[in-house]
Design a protein around this ligand. Structure first.
Ligand SMILES: Cc1cc2nc3c(=O)[nH]c(=O)nc-3n(C[C@H](O)[C@H](O)[C@H](O)COP(=O)(O)OP(=O)(O)OC[C@H]3O[C@@H](n4cnc5c(N)ncnc54)[C@H](O)[C@@H]3O)c2cc1C
Length: 389
């Protein structure tokens, strides 16, 4: 049997109950998702058929207290994200958008009434969420220049603008839209419910990564939302950035899962595939690739585990999450490349799975802050000098 890729047994940092949940997630992903996911990936469709099973796991909004959420540790939250990505990075991303970005925006920035109104149904995944920040003309620079505007009109707000890349938006029940208030120039968050007049979505076609995730362009044309749907504690981009700080750690964990999934498929292949009359895993150069991969995964997972502990202690700062996101995604990209190399030609066939991880890694590498943006956040923290422009 191949050695377990949790080489330093980080799972033992979880108590028995949380380990059991992690194992349920693993069982579900391996049994219900792995056999069908390549078919959906090829067709660029989302497997709605798995939603009842995902709901049953109770893993939406893991770290939030109250409002029907599990109220568990950031470590469990991160390890679950890793576990989902280990079988399929798209499903991990879907949950990251719903439970992390959308629920996190409401949990962090909503009033008590707003949390009561939306979070319990979202925790049960009866209502699905999306998070609309990025725009066609503004990606890395969202803190300086959102083009989407919000104008107060009596008891309502009127939203106008365009968004791009918004995961889940085409089927979500509610989308958090970040827009600039023309009154005071500050960024504010608005919950736009599906079917609101003037809110339209169109899925991006022909992606080469995370094809299962449905990323949409959104057009907001005079969309009216009541003041009651403005997130009451989101008063500037600082609040948006706090949501991203919480979720960036989860993306670092997903990068570990993506790398680990590719590594585990490669390790299994190395013990089965024979050349020159023996398993290729018996060749020194192949073992070198495997050990490099395992080193990357182990270092990244250990770094993420410590980040989760800092989060639990209330000590995690932007630069901590950014270092993890930048470091782990670079190591992930390297690792999936080595896994593909190990499979030879079969590495580019979807049926061997590794090719999907190679492709999906490209999106994880760039979303929720590119390597450059996260590097600039860490660079500013360690030098005291901002090098953003
Ligand atoms: C699959 C996928 C899913 C996504 N899901 C969502 C979602 O659900 N909701 C959402 O709001 N957004 C989402 N995004 C958007 C994502 O967060 C952005 O793609 C990301 O922030 C980068 O922005 P950009 O693609 O516009 O690149 P740009 O900002 O145009 O960057 C292009 C290049 O320039 C570099 N660069 C930019 N500024 C600087 C600088 N000052 N110094 C050095 N280099 C710089 C960048 O690092 C990058 O390499 C998603 C993206 C992808 C690919």
């Amino acid at each position: 049997m191949p050695a377990d890729a949790d080489f330093y047994a980080l799972e033992l940092l979880l108590d028995d109950q949380d380990q059991a949940l992690l194992h349920r997630v693993r069982g579900f992903m391996e049994k219900e998702v792995q056999p069908i996911i390549n078919r959906y990936w090829t067709r660029a469709k989302f497997p709605h058929e798995i939603l009842p099973g995902l709901r049953g796991l109770g893993i939406a909004g893991i770290p939030y207290d109250g409002y029907g959420c599990p109220g568990k540790s950031p470590l469990l939250d991160g390890m679950v994200a890793m576990e989902l990505a280990r079988t399929d990075p798209s499903i991990a991303t879907f949950l990251g958008v719903h439970g992390g970005l959308a629920m996190g925006s409401i949990y962090r920035c909503g009033s008590e009434e707003q949390k009561q109104r939306w979070l319990p149904a979202m925790a049960r995944m009866e209502k699905l969420g999306a998070f609309g920040l990025t725009e066609p003309e503004v990606g890395s620079g969202v803190s300086r220049g959102l083009g989407t505007t919000a104008r107060r009109d009596g008891d309502d707000w009127v939203l106008d603008g365009r968004k791009k890349w918004i995961g889940n938006a085409s089927f979500a029940d509610l989308t958090v839209i970040w827009a600039k208030d023309v009154g005071d120039g500050q960024v504010k968050g608005f919950v736009v419910e599906a079917g609101t007049p003037g809110f339209t979505t169109e899925n991006l076609e022909d992606k080469i990564a995370l094809r299962v995730v449905q990323n949409a362009r959104i057009t907001l044309d005079g969309v009216r939302v009541p003041e009651a749907n403005r997130l009451q504690h989101a008063t500037s981009f600082r609040d948006t950035a706090e949501v991203l700080r919480m979720t960036r750690a989860g993306v670092a964990w997903m990068a570990v899962g993506c790398a680990r999934g590719a590594y585990e498929h490669a390790l299994a292949y190395a013990t089965e595939r024979e050349q020159f009359g023996r398993p290729i895993g018996g060749f020194q150069l192949v073992q070198d690739l495997l050990v490099r991969m395992l080193g990357n995964i182990t270092a990244s997972a250990a770094l993420c585990a410590r980040l989760s502990q800092l989060q639990a202690a209330g000590l995690a700062r932007d630069e901590h999450a950014s270092l993890a996101k930048a470091f782990c995604t670079v190591r992930m990209r390297e690792t999936v490349g080595w896994a593909r190399e190990l499979l030879g030609g079969n590495g580019i066939l979807l049926e061997h799975h590794v090719g999907r991880f190679v492709a999906d890694a490209e999106a994880i590498y760039s979303y929720e802050g590119t390597r450059e943006m996260n590097t600039l956040i860490v660079g500013r923290a360690i030098t005291g000098l901002s090098a953003f422009v």
